[in-house]
Design a protein around this ligand. Structure first.
Ligand SMILES: [Zn+2]
Length: 252
């Protein structure tokens, strides 16, 4: 079976929302019968949680909670392997985004995608409308001042949300990304334990998962897990290929 892998959580997602009763095998073009060209960001569903790549056999690596002290090492590893990924950033969480402006610029320059994980990583379900909007716009302002772009993709902190949070994302035009391979690397940030995350990665890959959630803020993720996930992807004969479209997720 020939499989392709696009190591970027961008346009090839299926719809997870219960409201969308679409089979997961649908391609984006089949959602857009009048479109014969390549997909663009404007064609990705908004306000519905997307947790699968749309093209069978593709996988997307994503990293949450940065930027942080380990992010440059992840970039080194990805660069060595010719892989691309998506980074869901916070403004103030593990690190302060204004202390990582060079890392953000490097991430973009090396072809990865930057996305939003809210300003300070709260449970959005605890906030009112204005509070949720503020979590998104504070980070947009930081993105605009640091790299001159704003994100169009986001992931809910803790993968938790309520209908209000989802409706605000629709209002603000965000594509909401979930995960179908959750490494739970934050529970196993130990040299003797990180293998549990790798085993979980393989099991959920076997089960058909396609969007991989890990964190670039944990030592053992950066030093052990990422390399092993990339090895596994190669061992399975998946072909790494850069996303063929202009980088989405950006733009005013
Ligand atoms: Zn997070």
């Amino acid at each position: 079976m020939e499989l392709l892998i696009f190591l970027t959580a961008v346009l090839f997602f299926t719809i997870f929302s219960a409201a969308a009763s679409l089979p997961k095998t649908w391609s984006l073009s089949s959602l857009l019968p009048n479109d014969t060209g390549p997909a663009t960001i404007s064609q990705v569903p908004i306000g519905a949680v997307i947790d699968h790549c749309i093209v069978p056999g593709t996988v997307a690596l994503t990293f949450d909670d940065g930027p942080y002290i380990y992010t440059p090492q992840i970039l080194d590893t990805l660069s060595q392997r010719g892989a691309r990924a998506t980074f869901f950033l916070n403004g103030v969480h593990m690190g302060n985004i204004h202390e990582y402006t060079d890392v953000m610029r490097r991430t973009i320059a090396e072809g990865h995608q930057l996305a939003s994980h809210t300003w300070s990583h709260p449970y959005l379900s605890t906030l009112d409308h204005a509070g949720i909007v503020s979590q998104m716009t504070q980070l947009e302002d930081a993105f605009a001042s640091i790299v001159g772009i704003i994100p169009r993709y986001m992931r809910m902190p803790f993968l938790m949300f309520n209908p209000l949070a989802l409706s605000v994302m629709a209002e603000l035009g965000y594509h909401v990304i979930g995960a179908s391979i959750d490494t739970k690397d934050y529970e196993h940030d130990d040299a003797g334990q990180i293998w549990l995350s790798f085993e979980k990665f393989k099991a959920e890959l076997n089960a058909g998962g396609t969007i991989v959630l890990a964190h670039d803020v944990h030592y053992n993720t950066v030093n052990v897990l990422v390399e092993n996930m990339l090895n596994e992807i190669e061992a399975r004969g998946l072909i790494r290929k850069l996303h063929p479209l202009p980088l989405p997720g950006f733009g005013f």
